[in-house]
Structures are given as C-alpha cells and as structure tokens.
Design a protein around this ligand. Structure first.
Ligand SMILES: [Zn+2]
Ligand SMILES: [Zn+2]
Length: 317
C-alpha cells in the first residue's frame, strides 16, 4: 500500500510499504482523511518523540472492519497509573500516541487498537471527521479555562485567541459555542484572521488590547506566551496549547502581583473527544483543504517550508 513516510530529518516520502500487521486486539482502518498537524511539521524538522522511519498522522478517520465510519482517538494510555485511574488519560505516565510512537494515518490503511475507535455521527463529511481530534484539544482547553474560573466557568467570559491555525480556530469556535461573551482572535496572517471572522470571532488585527478573562495561546512561542500573560486581566487565566518553542518568555512577576494564571493543556479526556464528535459538524471548516495522499510529500514539504498556505491540509487516501 501507499504511505507517506517520515524517513529522515526534514524528509517525507510517498513509499510502497507492507500492509499493516494487526496485533491481537487491533483492527485495520481504511483511512479516508488525515490531517497534517503543526506538531508534525516541527517534529519532522527536528526529530524528538517522532523517530524516522515513521508513518505519522494522529488526526484521522476512516472505515472500520465492519464497514462503519470511525474516527480514531490516538491517545493510548496504560489504564493503571494514578492519572488513568482518575480519568486523566491524556497525561498518563506511559502515554503513547498513534502516529507518534507507532504507525499512524498517513497511509491507505493502518492497524489501531479496537479500543481507539469511536463512531461518527451519520453523514459527517470525512474532512470534518479528521478534524475531530484537533477539535477535542480545543474542547479540553475551554474546559481547563472554565475550571480555573470557578463557578459559572467561562460562560460570558471575554476571550482572546492568539494564533489562528487549526487549533486556534477550533478554540475560537469552541469558545463561541461554549458561551463566551466575546472572542477576539489575533494572528499575523490575514487569511487566518478571515477564517476566524467566518467562525464569528472578532478580529484584533492590530494586536490585543486590554485585559481578558481567558487568553488561549495556540501558537506557543516565547512572544505569544508573554502576550498571553500581558493581556490577561488580574485573576484571569491563560491556557497554553502551542508548542512552537520551549522558552516561556513571560513576565513572572506579573503572575505574582496580579494573581494571573497559566495552565497547560494537552490532548483531551474521552468525554471531550465525544463532545468534539458531536460539535464539529456545526462549525465552519472552510479553512481546511483536502489533497490526495499521492500529493502528500509535496503538501507536507510545502507546509514545512512555508511555501504552501492552507490553514489546514488533510490527506485523502
Ligand atoms: Zn495534532
Ligand atoms: Zn496511565
């Protein structure tokens, strides 16, 4: 079968590879759409958790063994550690991710544990189905903010979203459908800002001003992390999902003096993945573009080198 394989730092290639070899408990999924994630573009440039040779792809949907439409929850957890026992599978001590620690969805077929399969709402387009996984990240970030703000959660909150890639856009969509008072989005790209506007967000083209109850950093650079603290009202909360840089770069004394808060947000709990499955069909997804798997190497390389600019690219085997 054909697969897009990460073969060396900065290199992905469309190759003929052996069919997946399912282990006991695995099922083979025929992939219909698989999103290319920003974390994969970074990971291919600077191999860390992802080690070549690897078929990446952790955001995908397809057809299960019984012919049913499924989306894959790629978080594999041990089920035994303290986090797993309290329902926090996303921060399992033994956490592995399909497409990172084992072969993922940039292929015609992939073997995954049967326990990773989730049913899809009838009639959901494949492009939308492949966006369930990133949307679940947005659901979790929104819940993190709500939990931090206490009774009433983030309902009515003044929200800012920094970075309007797929994750930032989905965070804006989640905040709007989750009862935020206002959502302002910021990005350096006018194309991405236009996509945020189509979702119903206000656009802070000249940058954020004033203090927000919730600031979501979907970029993760030192500069955006600093902005997430600077534009947070005293006692507000910043939720960080972006992973562009390791450096924090924010004013730590402002955290102390104004009781500002910063929360990390990684992946999602099972009920948040379910919420994303139910919601994704209601959101504007016109910023995502599908490409044949056969064009995968050009698409991935174009995104990695900045020459190709869809907000989100989905491979369609
Ligand atoms: Zn992703
Ligand atoms: Zn665990």
């Amino acid at each position: 079968m054909k697969a897009l394989v990460f073969t060396a730092p900065g290199i992905v290639e469309l190759l003929d590879v052996p069919e997946p070899d399912p282990a006991p408990g695995d099922v083979v999924v025929q992939v219909r759409a698989a999103g290319i994630c920003g974390s994969e573009l970074h990971g291919a440039r600077r191999p860390g958790f992802r080690k070549p040779p690897l078929i990446m792809g952790h955001e995908f949907a397809g057809i299960g063994a019984g012919g049913e439409a499924v989306v894959v929850n790629p978080i594999l957890s041990c089920g035994r550690c303290a986090q797993c026992r309290s329902g926090l599978r996303n921060v399992c001590e033994q956490r592995e991710i399909i497409g990172v620690h084992r072969a993922g969805g940039f292929a015609e077929r992939v073997a995954v544990p049967a326990s990773a399969l989730r049913p899809l709402p009838p009639g959901l387009p494949w492009e939308a189905a492949a966006l369930v996984e990133p949307a679940a990240n947005a659901v979790h970030a929104w819940n993190q903010a709500g939990a931090a703000l206490g009774a009433g959660g983030a309902t009515g909150a003044r929200v800012a979203v920094i970075g309007c890639g797929a994750i930032g856009l989905l965070c804006a969509a989640m905040a709007l459908s989750g009862g935020a008072g206002t959502v302002d989005a910021t990005d350096v790209s006018p194309v991405r800002l236009a996509a945020a506007e189509r979702l119903g967000a206000g656009v802070a083209a000249g940058g954020l001003s004033g203090g927000y109850d919730v600031v979501i950093d979907a970029a993760g650079s030192a500069a955006t992390r600093a902005a997430s603290v600077a534009h947070q009202r005293p006692g507000g909360v910043a939720v960080w999902l972006g992973l562009a840089e390791q450096d924090a770069g924010f004013d730590a004394n402002a955290l102390v003096r104004s009781e500002k808060r910063v929360l990390g947000s990684f992946a999602y709990r099972d009920e948040e993945f379910a919420h994303a499955r139910a919601q994704i069909g209601n959101w504007d997804l016109s910023w995502a573009a599908g490409y044949p798997l056969a064009a995968g190497a050009e698409v991935f390389t174009g995104l990695m080198n900045g020459g190709l600019h869809p907000v989100k690219a989905l491979l369609r085997p």
